[in-house]
Design a protein around this ligand. Structure first.
Ligand SMILES: NC(=O)C1=CN([C@@H]2O[C@H](COP(=O)(O)OP(=O)(O)OC[C@H]3O[C@@H](n4cnc5c(N)ncnc54)[C@H](OP(=O)(O)O)[C@@H]3O)[C@@H](O)[C@H]2O)C=CC1
Ligand SMILES: CC(C)=CCC[C@@H](C)[C@H]1CC=C2C3=C(CC[C@@]21C)[C@@]1(C)CC[C@H](O)C(C)(C)[C@@H]1CC3
Length: 418
């Protein structure tokens, strides 16, 4: 099939071969982590304790639970929103509208789960269902991505993403062809990015905490910290939901297997790894160490939120008093680049804050195992790669002004180091 994207569009993620490998590697890694977390030695780099058969992985009950969860989140998405936000301008100069009711969905889900628990819903039984749930989520995302691929076949050219339309089936299936696949006003990518997986992650964490309390009388301090930090992260993402509309996932990437699997399977089942590890490998944690870890998380959050809010405010209204005094570089597009404040420190201060928080989420698990540090290692690789992708896109967008920005702010993520 002929290439549908420009002849100069570079292939990402190692092209068709790399994406074919990732199609297998990502689910395999997720199952490896789920199996190893509950095994005695919990060795990240060792073989899994056993290879589960279909009788362990397949459960109609798990599939039903997953579909109920997706249905519930979709229903909450469709409820009246406190605000409807406009997305970035599209190729055809139009803008899409998005409901801002993610935080409301989190609160309503908490109320519904609370109600369920009060009438006997066994939340503590969820950890035992993680393997079949992850399997159901994997199958669902393969089918979903296939449907998204088929839907793109009939989408107009203006609706296609800049990448993901190479003409190679595997590559395009992985990256995603359509930028904003929708049925009526229901936006699949926006819905998946922030709702079922992210909210599912905090409820899996909560179920692990409840199960720990059932097994040992009360949740450990380490489990409280991991739950608290990650709830703050998810609550923050939903509170600042509108900011996701300017991320590269929404503005640049198509919606295919990478994001569908990432949002619906990878996030809930691997981002809850620290809580999974703690349930099966309790770790002692004293108050002074807990206080140090809280401080690290607070510093990370301060940088992450400060940097993200500064850029979002500046992009929305450059004359807002909180950003109007900052130094900027003009670009040929009419947009400006911040060159002081957080964005004058490194070119991705928000990644730095996110990475510091990632470390704080793993530290409550002690230093006896590498496994709970998987998130820090994976996230560093993801952000370094993401930074390089963003850098390429910014160079294309801003040309000489971007070179000037790089000259004035030479470090990417970590001052004086990288
Ligand atoms: N937990 C997780 O798994 C993940 C979390 N994240 C987090 O998501 C958040 C969003 O990340 P991401 O979408 O990658 O990227 P950013 O929010 O960093 O956005 C990058 C864009 O910001 C704009 N920009 C860059 N430099 C400047 C500047 N100096 N002044 C003004 N605008 C600038 C450019 O777009 P433009 O000029 O067009 O506005 C650029 O394309 C981050 O906090 C990241 O840590 C990301 C991935 C995974
Ligand atoms: C390995 C793999 C399957 C890759 C897919 C990557 C996705 C898991 C991530 C890509 C960008 C993401 C973002 C968030 C979660 C992870 C994914 C989907 C995010 C929603 C987390 C919360 C943050 O506050 C955020 C809203 C800024 C963030 C946006 C990007």
């Amino acid at each position: 099939m002929a290439s549908l994207q420009g002849p100069r569009a570079p292939l990402e993620f190692g092209g068709p071969l790399g994406t074919a490998a990732l199609l297998l590697l990502l689910p395999a890694t997720m199952f490896h982590l789920l199996l190893v977390a509950r095994s005695g030695p919990a060795r990240l780099l060792g073989p899994p304790p056993y290879l589960p058969g279909l009788e362990v992985l397949w459960s109609p009950r798990a599939l039903l639970l997953l579909l109920t969860w997706l249905g519930l989140q979709a229903a909450l998405y469709l409820l009246p929103a406190r605000k409807v936000a406009e997305g970035q301008e599209l190729k055809d100069k139009s803008r899409l509208c998005y409901p801002i009711n993610g935080f409301q969905a989190l609160v309503l889900t908490a109320l519904l789960v609370g109600l369920g628990v009060s009438v006997g819903l066994p939340l503590g039984a969820l950890p035992e269902m993680l393997l079949p749930l992850a399997f159901a989520a994997t199958i669902t995302t393969f089918i979903f991505s296939f449907l998204l691929y088929m839907k793109a076949q009939v989408a107009p050219a203006s609706a296609l993403a800049p990448g993901g339309n190479s003409g190679n089936l595997i590559y395009d299936f992985f990256l995603g062809r359509e930028l904003n696949p929708r049925i009526c006003s229901f936006d699949f990518k926006y819905f998946c990015e922030l709702r079922p997986g992210l909210i599912g992650w905090v409820f899996i964490n909560l179920a692990l905490l409840v199960q720990e309390a059932e097994q040992r009388g009360s949740p450990s301090l380490a489990m409280w910290l991991v739950n608290g930090f990650q709830l703050l992260y998810v609550g923050d993402a939903l509170w600042h939901e509108e900011a996701v509309l300017t991320t590269m996932d929404i503005t640049h990437d198509g919606f295919g297997f990478m994001l569908a699997f990432g949002d619906l399977a990878w996030v809930p089942f691997t981002y809850s790894l620290q809580a999974q590890f703690l349930l099966y490998h309790p770790q002692p944690l004293g108050l002074p160490m807990a206080a140090v870890i809280c401080l690290i998380n607070a510093i990370g959050y301060y940088i992450f939120r400060g940097a993200n809010s500064q850029k979002n405010t500046f992009r929305k209204n450059p004359s807002d008093p909180s950003v109007s005094g900052l130094e900027t570089i003009p670009t040929a597009t009419g947009r400006q680049l911040l060159v002081s404040g957080w964005w004058g420190m490194v070119r991705h201060p928000n990644y730095l804050g996110d990475l510091i928080m990632a470390l704080a989420w793993s530290l409550p698990c002690g230093v006896s195992h590498l496994l709970p540090y998987f998130y820090v290692l994976y996230f560093t690789a993801l952000l370094v790669h993401r930074e390089a992708r963003d850098e390429r896109q910014c160079l294309q967008k801003y040309g000489r002004a971007w070179h000037e920005y790089c000259r004035r702010v030479p470090y990417r993520i970590l001052p004086y180091i990288y």
